[in-house]
Design a protein around this ligand. Sequence first.
Ligand code: HEM
Length: 270
Amino acid sequence: MAGIELGEAAGRSPRGTGPGSGSQSQPAWLDITQGVTGLLLTLFMWAHMLFVSSILLGKDAMFFVARLFEAEPIFGRPYPILVSGVVLIVFAIFATHAIAAIRKIPSSYRQYGLFRRHASSFGHADTSLWMLQVVTGFVLMFLAAAHLYQMFMHPADIGPYASSDRVWSGLWWPLYLVLLFAVELHGGIGIYRLALKWGWFADRHGYTPRRRLARAKWALTAFFLALGLATLAAYMSIGYEHRDRVGERYEPERAALASPVPPPAPQGKA
Ligand code: HEM
């Protein structure tokens, strides 16, 4: 499999096999930790994208989803601190994933060179996918952390106008654009590699239809990228329309009142 431990290429015996070393199972545990946290983050991202894209169903739908995460329908008033709690859990999984995965990033130009030579001798698509995984993971470490910090510190600032104002007038859209591509590519490649590594779709001979799996992976990534771009465009256009009233909160009632009510039908004509 591409993404071998660079130590092996340097002629050291593969980790975890040296006689008597206490950390024999460490790489295996790091691999499992990386896989499980990666899987959780990808499933979270798919759900997150469905919730954030509720703006495509209208401002009322996004307003409802935002208040739902603050448990307003349950407690009768919103508790934004619940969102900060979810952000904390996501951040903990995110940080654990990064710590478990960081050992696979080439840490010197020599290691990078080794990888390049290995990749060109292999000439396998999955090897370049692995490098794309490393690059998008690196980007995510910075951009997702900024987004998570914003959501943790300002959990009450989520809503049709609050989010759109942040995206447009707050100039968060360039970050979201790069973050969107990084997270969808990284998550898609990650779940494809997990399916191969853990044999989710292997037949009883252990054969995995790699080509079909790769096609499914690209279809899924294309779907979430299209959904994400449409969602970002929606927040940007609402933010642009709302640019003179930044800070004003969306209220479904006021929106209903503001919308023109048709005049009553003249008496006797239904
Ligand atoms: C619990 C944690 C999270 C919360 C509460 C959250 C919340 C949100 C909200 C409300 C938006 C809409 C725009 C805005 O209000 O600024 C958004 C957009 C976005 N978030 Fe998150 N997010 C979380 C975690 C993440 C993570 C971990 C990633 C990626 C690694 C991520 C990637 C994105 C992207 C790419 C967008 C733009 C979506 C689009 O318009 O296409 N989010 N998020």
